[in-house]
Design a protein around this ligand. Sequence first.
Ligand code: ZN
Length: 332
Amino acid sequence: MALTINDELRDATLRHHISIQRLSNGIAEQMRQRLEDLETNVVSILVDRQATVEGSLDSSRLNFLLRKLKGEIQDNVSEMQAALRQELKDLSRYEASFQTRMLNNFLENEIDAPLASELNALLGEPVNGYLLKDAMKSFSDNTFNAMKAAIQSSISQDGSLEDVLASIRGTQENNFADGVMARVNNSITRTASDFSNSIVNDTASLVFDDSGEVEGEQWTATLDTSTCFECMALDGEIFKVGEGPEQPLHNGCRCTMTPVLSGVKPSSKMRFNSWLKTQDAETQDEALGPSRGLLFRKGKVSVDRFTNRKGMTLTLDQLKKKERSAFAKAGL
Ligand SMILES: [Zn+2]
């Protein structure tokens, strides 16, 4: 079957999305490296002040130490914020030029890339309700509070410097997953990737809107077993530009939007569902869980039936009321 223009657009968008993911992973990695520097500096502050760390809780020396730590964290986070902002700016320019070039491959009348001022305005948009500076401020506060709690709880239990360092860095036996730094790392990784995804999507919508040639945006989920039910169900849906659910839809959401050109038949719906049908039972179970895997195979339940209209995932009990015959066929 011949590919329609919109199928070609979708394939180009998906390939491009992989390189965007790589860039945004690189941005998150850069933030984590900056956190390693912070960790080194925090450790040296604590080592220098061993007497305070192993001293009494109410001393003014402790307050002095905490102020010093707070200053160190704030300095680091403000550098991270400036670096992240610059990266997001570059990412947005890259996305704008990609989408403009891609559309120009398919359109009769060439369109221009968005103006720098339009792109800069996107950087001021909130993500998950937070402006970048607010997200970084709360990241800084949370990092400080977690370290402060680790120090105070160690002191109140007459712990040693080593105890404090272990609760901040984590312990080798738990692969360092039990320390403050592991949580802080996860948090900055999420923030960086949510802001990256969001600026990419906003930039693409801006290009689509400005072009006057894009009729809609088609929700395009990643075809693998980590995609959540909500995103599976949305996959293939077409929205007016900028009017679909905001991406990222949830923490770690990897979905993208493919432009649908005016007057051209959109790419076929329910892409995730058709893809999953071509996979083996083990992969289907990994994506859906064992019961829903059976329903999908034997009960012929499509992936959009696992959520309600609002996108909430239905429990198996709720699903049973809706899909009685499918449950019977699946032997559940
Ligand atoms: Zn998603």
